[in-house]
Design a protein around this ligand. Structure first.
Ligand SMILES: NC(=O)c1ccc[n+]([C@@H]2O[C@H](COP(=O)([O-])OP(=O)(O)OC[C@H]3O[C@@H](n4cnc5c(N)ncnc54)[C@H](OP(=O)(O)O)[C@@H]3O)[C@@H](O)[C@H]2O)c1
Length: 338
């Protein structure tokens, strides 16, 4: 069966040209319970077949295992892919609870070498600062990232979970190709300042968790249904009364999905694509899946157009969501908004 390829977009001015939907690889090695690795490899092949070419990982996913898992796939398709990875969240294999945010130049220089080695590439196409440590001036951290570009180890720079003001400051130090933050029908705090700044500066937006970490697909309605090692069990909006209240918010998505003969996952993905158009912003959402059929389903969402009435119906949802999007909001951009 031939697969219809998705459209492409430029990721920031002069950035790589990628499919308008990318691939989030985190769940293969972290956060969302056990993975069937053969199915995950087949899903990656489906991504490249359908033009989903921005592959998103981070050094902290599985403490390096996610980058290592991707290496053979990247080697087989190097010219077709844009490989994005991230530094800043330090983890240790001998202490599962240890986490520190590191933005200091010495750490960045060490982290990039480790990622290059695990990914098996000469250069990383897009290198993100995963979290911001406000104690380190952006002149130092983004300055160190800019040196990696000059050294040819990194092609383009990105930032994750930054405010609009932080994005502007960083962009003045070195052009930023993309900002990656959580953005979905359920999570819209980025619209306070980051979205507008990105649109104005010509920085692309890469919404992470565009399916609300799976909740917007209806595949679970309470974290208690998930495996014991699933990280979503700690997320306030998926537990107890919050989960029940939030599951009820999916009704308009279900109604719209029925009208389009689509799934609610597809409507959630179509929403983020279209919401970005309101801001005249290039957007490349990176839903994560370990199943070929879901990858194709998600890619097909790029061809769905929602009507103005449908967008209006989805508009009030985010304000009604019960519970924060993370167990600890302190490292997110929302915590640093004025
Ligand atoms: N920068 C950051 O701080 C940050 C934070 C979180 C995530 N990310 C990146 O963003 C990517 C995506 O975010 P995410 O994985 O957290 O959340 P997501 O894409 O919103 O949702 C992923 C979940 O939805 C399920 N799913 C995917 N497509 C589906 C479909 N069509 N029908 C039913 N279920 C479906 C997946 O299960 P299966 O895998 O079983 O299909 C998985 O459990 C990550 O992989 C990572 O690369 C970045």
């Amino acid at each position: 069966m031939s697969i219809e390829r998705i459209d492409t977009a430029e990721l920031g001015r002069g950035g790589p040209v990628v499919g308008v939907q990318g691939f989030g690889a985190m769940g293969i090695s972290d956060a969302y319970g056990e993975t069937d690795e053969a199915a995950a490899r087949d899903t990656l092949e489906a991504a490249v077949e359908t033009g989903v070419t921005l592959i998103d990982t981070a050094d902290m996913y599985g403490i390096g295992r996610n980058e290592e898992f991707l290496a053979p796939f990247i080697a087989a398709h190097r010219d077709e892919l844009a490989v994005a990875t991230k530094f800043a969240i330090e983890r240790r294999a001998d202490d599962p609870t240890y986490r520190a945010i590191r933005n200091d130049p010495a750490y960045i220089r060490t982290a990039v070498e480790a990622s290059l080695c695990r990914l098996g590439v000469d250069a990383i196409d897009l290198y993100y600062m995963h979290r911001r440590d406000p104690a380190v001036p952006l002149a130092e951290s983004v300055g160190a990232m800019a040196e990696l570009v000059q050294a040819g180890k990194v092609k383009h720079l990105g930032l994750s979970e930054v405010t609009g003001a932080e994005l502007r400051e960083a962009h003045a130090i070195h052009p930023i190709a993309a900002i990656q933050s959580e953005w979905s029908v359920f999570s819209r705090d980025v619209e306070r300042s980051a979205v507008g700044a990105a649109a104005e500066l010509g920085v692309a937006f890469v919404p992470y968790s565009p399916l609300g970490r799976g909740f917007l697909t209806g595949s679970f309605s309470n974290a208690a249904e998930l495996q014991n090692n699933d990280f979503r069990r700690l997320m306030p909006r998926f537990t107890g009364d919050n989960a029940a209240a939030n599951a009820a918010l999916l009704t308009p998505l279900r109604e719209i999905a029925a009208d389009h003969d689509a799934t609610i996952a597809q409507i959630a993905l179509a929403w983020v694509q279209q919401r970005a158009r309101v801001h005249d912003l290039t957007v490349v959402p990176i839903p994560g899946t370990r199943r070929r059929a879901r990858l194709l389903e998600n890619a097909a969402a790029t061809r769905i157009t929602l009507t103005d009435d449908e967008l209006k119906k989805l508009e009030p949802i985010a304000a009604q969501v019960a519970g924060d999007r993370c167990a600890d909001m302190s490292p997110t951009s929302a915590a640093r908004e004025d």
